[in-house]
Write a protein of this length. Structure first.
Length: 596
């Protein structure tokens, strides 16, 4: 809470600290000033993307350092670029029109409009016609002095030469002719191409000279918006004499802010966070799980009262990618390419390449275990005959996909139970945890014998005992504090949901096996095509053709594998895992009030 005359100084202090996320108590949608600033930033960002694309076309381009301009001068500079862009749009429209006219006039051939005008002054009209060839009447030549010019795509083009005022009764279309002859149209087109070159050169020079200046302009507008928004979110008390601002500060940054405010004599007070408060989210992950944060953001940030799902799904996503990619050779290639590119790309892109390095490593491990390397079945290679029995076959891979899916679903239910305990209290998570023990016990009781693991009678009894105790808890204590009949009815409903949901969710993970198998098979198909289609050729030609087929085929397969290996794990995380972990989302990102 600050006296209004000191508020500007206070906001500057706050902005230099850069730790306070201003609480938005007032909507910015109805504020004309803020909307205007957002519109200006949008214009600048469009210009920056345009300039960046131009600069990327020339690797040797040197960008001029950014200049500090006033906002007025910066927007005027932006207007110059927009003017050039509009001019290019107009040139493109003219180009399309000229190309259309030239294409049409090439049907008629070269002629002089000056001669047509001379005939008109002499009392003769030259009229252009076109009609389907099947409808052309030879008698028009005698009646109206019709002269055939061209037959093109079953259309006849002709002209008539008649005395001025003669009525022409011909069943044909009178096309609208261009206002210039073919030679002048070509001349105009060449001039247009020159104008394009000049304009493109001007825009490239502008992009190199002003890109960093536009970045500075964007920062200034962003700072102006943040300051104006903070003023909008400020409540005014005591006849506008006292300025009241609320916000959120990460716990580790609070002492520094409090020390600064106390030193400058500002009044502040720590408030309790309400249950329905929209607290901003700042994700905190280690080096490995931080790489997966973009995946979390694709769906939604967690809300303040639940766990960050990133560290929970990160290992699963890496494994799922490897299973879907399904080929060790492809994985090795991804690993090598990403390692090389990391030395050359912008630092902002390095985390994404690091993420794909992990994906490539997962694909290399899984592909090596399944015996697929660039579409070659290693089990059939004589050199690997001694270890061929150790490769994972398709039946075992399908079983593994179902098991790993079941593991993730059960893990999700454990996370959901722990979240319920943290939000509502320990007793509310007991019944959800009981379902976890029931599922594990029944899976072990029925599943292990199916995997040829023999269980003694005592172990079977232990599993059934755990399941029975779990069912008792799940049926009689799923709604703490409610009567036994309500608990029992809720337990029946939960049993139906768990049974039906568990089966459907688990079967969804078969896609991991199916997609991985498809990629490996496709790789083998391209290998076979390279061998079979080049049979009978001489050695040199065969080597070249085989190399082309392999390069094109495996490139297509790697592209398809990459897409499917990203899409389907995303689906399993966002649908199956998030549902069983009872992920709510809806969090708003922590954005502190600071200078850009």
């Amino acid at each position: 809470m600050v006296y209004y005359r000191e508020y500007d100084t206070f906001l500057e202090t706050l902005r230099n600290l850069g730790v306070l996320h201003v609480k938005e108590t007032n909507s910015i949608l109805d504020n004309a000033e803020l909307q205007a600033l957002l519109a200006e930033r949008k214009r600048v960002n469009l210009a920056l993307r345009f300039c960046k694309s131009l600069n990327a076309q020339d690797k040797s381009v040197t960008l001029a350092p950014g200049r500090e301009l006033t906002k007025e001068a910066g927007l005027k500079l932006l207007g110059k670029l927009e003017e050039m862009q509009n001019k290019k749009v107009q040139l493109q429209a003219t180009e399309a029109s000229l190309e259309k006219d030239i294409a049409y006039m090439e049907i008629w051939g070269e002629f002089s409009y000056a001669n047509i005008n001379r005939l008109k002054r002499a009392g003769y009209d030259v009229t252009f016609f076109s009609c389907p060839t099947s409808k052309y009447e030879p008698k028009w030549g005698e009646e109206y002095n019709a002269f055939l010019v061209n037959n093109y795509q079953s259309v006849t083009y002709f002209v008539t030469v008649t005395k001025t005022g003669t009525a022409i009764n011909i069943d044909a279309e009178r096309p609208k002719m261009p206002d210039r002859g073919l030679a002048k149209l070509h001349l105009a087109y060449e001039q247009l191409r020159e104008n394009f070159k000049v304009l493109d050169k001007q825009m490239k020079e502008f992009a190199a000279a002003q890109y960093n200046t536009l970045i500075e302009l964007d920062k200034n507008i962003q700072n102006e918006f943040n300051l104006s928004n903070t003023l909008v979110q400020t409540d005014r008390e005591a006849g506008d004499k006292l300025m009241l601002l609320e916000g959120f500060v990460p716990a580790e940054d609070a002492p520094v802010m409090e020390e600064t405010l106390e030193k400058d004599g500002y009044y502040f007070q720590q408030l309790d966070i309400l249950d329905d408060e929209k607290v901003p989210i700042k994700l905190k992950n280690n080096k490995f799980t931080k790489l997966y944060e973009p995946i979390t953001r694709m769906f939604s940030l967690p809300n303040y009262s639940e766990f960050d799902p990133t560290p929970f799904f990160a290992p699963f996503f890496m494994l799922f990618f490897g299973l879907c990619f399904g080929d060790g050779g492809y994985g090795l290639l991804v690993l090598i390419v990403c390692t090389i590119l990391k030395r050359k790309v912008n630092p902002d892109f390095k985390p994404y390449l690091t993420l794909f390095q992990f994906f490539g490593l997962a694909a290399l491990i899984v592909g090596s275990c399944t015996g697929s390397f660039f579409g070659i079945e290693l089990a059939k290679v004589p050199a690997f005959s001694a270890v061929k029995d150790y490769f994972v076959n398709s039946d075992n891979l399908m079983t593994f996909s179902i098991i790993i899916g079941l593991v993730q679903i059960i893990f999700g239910k454990v996370v959901a139970a722990l979240k319920t305990m943290s939000q509502k209290g320990t007793k509310y998570g007991i019944a959800p945890l009981a379902w976890v023990f029931i599922i594990i016990a029944l899976c072990c009781f029925f599943g292990l014998p199916m995997l040829h693991v023999q269980l003694s009678d005592m172990v079977k009894n232990i599993f059934m005992g755990i399941a029975a105790i779990g069912l008792l808890v799940a049926f009689l204590y799923n709604s703490p504090g409610k009567n036994i009949f309500l608990n029992f009815g809720t337990g029946l409903w939960n049993t139906y949901n768990v049974a039906s949901g568990l089966l459907g969710d688990t079967l969804s993970y078969i896609r991991l096996f199916a997609i991985g198998l498809t990629g490996a098979i496709l790789g083998g198909v391209f290998n076979s095509l390279a061998v079979d289609m080049t049979e009978g050729m001489n050695v040199v030609l065969r080597a070249i053709c085989m190399l082309l087929i392999l390069l094109i085929g495996h490139s297509i397969n790697i592209g398809l594998c990459t897409i499917s290996s990203l899409v389907h794990p995303l689906r399993l995380i966002f649908v199956e895992y998030y549902k069983n972990a009872e992920f709510e989302g809806g969090g708003k990102e922590y954005k502190p009030f600071k200078k850009a």
